[in-house]
Write a protein that binds this ligand. Sequence first.
Ligand SMILES: [Zn+2]
Length: 333
Amino acid sequence: MTGNSVKDCTKLTRRGALKTAILGGAALAVPQVMVRPAQAKAPMLGAMVPQFYRFTLGDFEITTLNDGLRPGDGPHPTFGADQPAETVQALLRENSLPETKFVNGFAPTLVNTGNELVLFDTGLGAGARANGMGNTRNVLAAAGYTPDQVDVVVLTHMHPDHIGGLMEDGAPAYANARYVTGETEYNFWSAPERMSGPTERVAKMVDGMVKPLAEKMTFIKDGGSVVSGISGMDAAGHTPGHMIYMLESGGRSLVLTADTANHFVVSLQRPDWEVAFDADKAGAAATRKKVFDMIAADKLPFIGYHMPWPAVGFVEKMDVGYRYIPNSYQMQL
Ligand SMILES: [Zn+2]
């Protein structure tokens, strides 16, 4: 018996004595708790984050999938790359965030239109699994789908954290899918001259992961359709052919903003600050303002690939930039 149980017995004994006095019988006075076997301690289970989040938008069902969470140093100098560290840290302090550590999330998104199952981006893939990421296919299964059911895989752009899950053991991870991506993006990364210099690492990955699927790919431009109710919008800057997607069903809309803004405070409250991963720094800033002006004005929900898990939120315009409002119950109504 544990020390706690002994203490409890002491209390119960006093209460038992009272009971004895009232009932006048010693046998009735033994509290039942005294003879119950001691409970095993519950095991510690570790921190836990939900793996998927599903809601409806008109007739669509939308599920964000948690490919993994990556804690690391930052956000500076990746975010606010053109700013002194102290300036970025002051903004983080104002927002109750750590100054030198942050957690980056990766949120591929599955849309069931009722007719097609459309997956936006594929996560980091097998290469990241040793570090607890690259979980999209498993999470998709946990959310109630099989990879074979995916009809369309859309690639918002071709950075490794978006294309890394296209292949599993050298075969397409979504065996029955066709693919949709931006024409400009594909042409940029598949051009032979990208295979050396600063673009080499990503171009090699595109060569191994994306090019083998090109025959099953539809290349779209601004306004191009994926399926009925889902259309692409040019959002260049982060990469040369980065595209975002407007989802519309039953009179409701949501914007899938991919990597337009990648830190919910630094990128949204200070959209002009440079981000190391943006290929065209000024172009990316102009796109951020254009896209989030629209989302704020129309009060649209959006899903950002790197927004705080489960990656669904809203923005409100501030004097400079935007305040991020994480979804609470809005998408349950
Ligand atoms: Zn990304």
